[in-house]
Design a protein around this ligand. Structure first.
Ligand code: B12
Ligand code: SF4
Length: 495
């Protein structure tokens, strides 16, 4: 069968396509795990975000898919719906399959929009079995993790237990299946690699627990190194390790760094997401190893610098330093210090706009970001399907916006007890622009040619909505913010 797999074109404020176009790791993993006689094409629509309709049209003409698979996050649901309608108009009998976080956690929303199959949770084995059932013309009811229709009704088969990632059942991603090019992280070709799946924490804003429960499974180093090598052989110079929480097992992470160095794969740049606590506690040995292995950017899940907010986000435990088993305080500054001492950059993940936040508590977090992080990645709490936080916001009547296409993390869709949503977002937007500009010299030093060519566009993106008058302080920033909001509104209509 011909199988076309698409990821959505929607991006958000911290990932402007001019500088960041990241491949979707799920799709190449699915492509690597179907039976070999299928023809698979993977297209990340972020690479054609300004020509979505023409690209889908052209892919249908050239590839003539029997099966169309879409990977969808919640803020991309409306775009997915439109792509499905377009696909149906191009080929009415194409079988449409959806998977990823949104279809898994809000399966009901996909029942009436032209979808044939919903893959809930991990997809490799379920999708492989689905294609076999389609070829056989039956057997859908025995596929764990699949939702399908029978006699006009939707049936939701029992969930599939999470995979332990042992053995060769999940094969390497198939990067050769990609049909569009142009992945980049600040000018260097980027690819994604997994070394583990899962997390045992339960932060209230995170979808992971509802998606797969609290567990942690790892791939063997041999497989990870083969995967990195394959990414490099396909042109990658930067690798994003997309593990949910690689720092859960620090000893393993240190061994992984050593394995990367030993395999001479440390000429690549690495980008990873980490908790503050293990970096703070084990930074003395971990951080130098990370540096030697090639780590350049570390996304730190700081979440918030205030204890009350950390309690609400259920993120206090992962932000605490420990010595000999005893808690010794907030880990953030210590973690940042270890990373900076070892020449790594901190992407500061902060969340502002929790229910009890005041203007002062939001400002305290923004001030912290100004002082300590190299690249701000400040978001607002967003009520994604199935998270504990969503239930709390709903119970307290704080959800101000139900338009899911705006659930991108940088649009404030909830208000606090003290500050309206729009004002929370305004405060973040106003502060973050200048923090981002500060990182330009470091980016210029690393990738001069890219930055010289794209500095204008990057600057223009960061200051969208501003005019010379607003930059000179001759116009109220609120006006510039309104123009920025209007630009975002238009941009979201990808087709
Ligand atoms: C790495 C990552 C990123 C990376 C890379 C994204 C990319 N291009 O792949 C970056 C940093 C860029 C990113 C950004 C964002 N992310 Co993100 N990200 C993740 C993370 C940590 C891992 C995702 C991953 O690659 N896993 C590995 C792959 C193999 O697994 P997978 O994606 O789950 O896919 C499996 C199944 O879901 C299924 N599947 C997936 N798609 C499909 C399609 C079909 C057809 C089938 C059959 C099956 C299937 O099969 C796959 C293999 O088993 C998750 C989870 C987490 N713990 O936080 C969040 C997560 C996916 N991100 C999320 C969000 C919201 C975002 C942002 C909007 C904002 C933010 N919070 O940072 C932006 C938007 C990105 C954009 N387009 O602009 C949310 C999604 C919530 C939701 N309900 O939609 C998550 C769950 C985090 C959370 N907040 O809970 N993200
Ligand atoms: S530590 Fe990270 S992956 Fe784990 S639950 Fe919290 S936010 Fe999610």
């Amino acid at each position: 069968m011909n199988v076309l797999l698409l990821s959505m074109p929607d991006s958000f404020e911290h990932m402007p396509p001019v500088a960041v176009r990241m491949p979707n790791g799920a799709l190449t993993s699915l492509a690597g795990n179907v039976d070999e006689h299928h023809r698979v094409a993977v297209a990340d629509l972020i690479l054609r975000h300004d020509q979505v309709q023409q690209t889908v049209d052209q892919l249908f003409r050239s590839f003539n898919p029997d099966v169309l698979g879409l990977s969808v996050m919640t803020f991309q649901r409306r775009t997915a719906e439109r792509i499905i309608a377009l696909a149906r108009s191009l080929k009415p009998d194409v079988k449409v399959v959806v998977g990823g976080y949104d279809p898994s956690l809000a399966a009901d929303a996909y029942e009436g929009i032209g979808v044939d199959y919903i893959v809930r949770g991990e997809g490799e084995v379920t999708f492989r079995e689905l294609l076999r059932a389609l070829e056989k013309g039956g057997g859908f009811e025995s596929i764990a993790g699949l939702s399908h229709r029978a006699d006009g009704r939707w049936l939701h088969n029992p969930p599939r237990p999470v995979h332990r990632l042992e053995g060769d059942d999940i094969r390497l991603p198939n990067r050769a299946a990609r049909v569009l090019q142009g992945y980049t992280l600040l000018g260097r070709q980027v690819d994604v690699v997994e070394t583990s799946r899962g997390c045992t924490y339960d932060c209230s804003f995170c979808s992971i627990i509802e998606m797969r429960g609290r567990n942690f499974h790892t791939y063997s180093f041999d497989r990870v190194l083969r995967d990195i090598t394959d990414a490099r052989d396909h042109g990658a110079r930067t690798i994003f390790l997309v593990d949910d929480n690689i720092t859960l097992n620090v000893r393993r992470f240190e061994e992984l760094c050593k394995a990367i160095i030993k395999a001479a794969l440390n000429k690549l740049d690495y980008f990873v997401q980490a908790m503050t606590s293990p970096i703070a506690t084990h930074g003395e040995t971990l951080a130098p190893l990370m540096r030697r292995a090639g780590f350049r950017y570390v996304f730190l899940g700081i979440e918030n610098i205030l204890e009350g907010d950390l309690q609400f986000l259920r993120a206090a435990a992962k932000n605490t330093t420990r010595k000999k088993g005893a808690n010794t305080g907030n880990a953030t500054l210590q973690a940042i210090d270890w990373l900076h001492r070892n020449q790594m950059y901190v992407v500061g993940g902060l969340i502002v706009g929790s229910p009890d936040d005041t203007r002062e508590s939001i400002e305290a977090n923004l001030e912290f970001a100004r002082g300590y992080v190299d690249w701000p990645y400040i978001q607002h709490p967003t009520p994604y399907p199935g998270t504990p936080m969503t239930r709390q916001f709903r119970e307290r009547g704080l959800i101000a916006n139900e338009r899911l296409e705006e659930y991108d993390g940088t649009t404030a869709v909830v208000r606090t007890e003290h500050v309206p949503a729009q004002e929370v977002e305004f405060m973040r937007w106003k502060a973050e622009r200048w923090m981002k500009i500060r990182h330009m010299p470091a980016a210029l030093w690393h990738d001069p040619w890219f930055v010289v060519r794209h500095a204008g566009e990057m600057f223009a993106h960061t200051f969208r909505g501003c005019t010379l008058r607003s930059m000179l302080g001759l116009e109220d920033d609120q006006r510039a913010f309104e123009r920025y909001k209007a630009i975002r509104q238009r941009e979201r209509a990808y087709l």
